[in-house]
Design a protein around this ligand. Sequence first.
Ligand SMILES: [Zn+2]
Length: 103
Amino acid sequence: MPQTLEVPIDQRIDFPQRCARCGAVPTSTWPCMAKRGVDLNLFTFGRTSDISIPVCTQCWTIRRAVSSLAMILLSIGSLVAVGFLLPWLDGEGLIGFWLGLMV
Ligand SMILES: [Zn+2]
């Protein structure tokens, strides 16, 4: 069940020495970053704080596998979407499509 944690941006956070997901003995840390402010592609304003969340090997492996699977599915979905769009684009429409992807 997801929980919300409010993090003071100016203070260092020390987590208890147990896995944040299952409570086992931690063997690694999961690096996260807390941000406050505006974060656009070309412009960033605000403050950040690095947070290291303790996790066990099993939870770290699951987390990485889920991230990898999500990236693979996103890549496949993007290629399928482009494959469906290409037949309807011709000439100027195709140039506009590629320019739109680069922005
Ligand atoms: Zn764990």
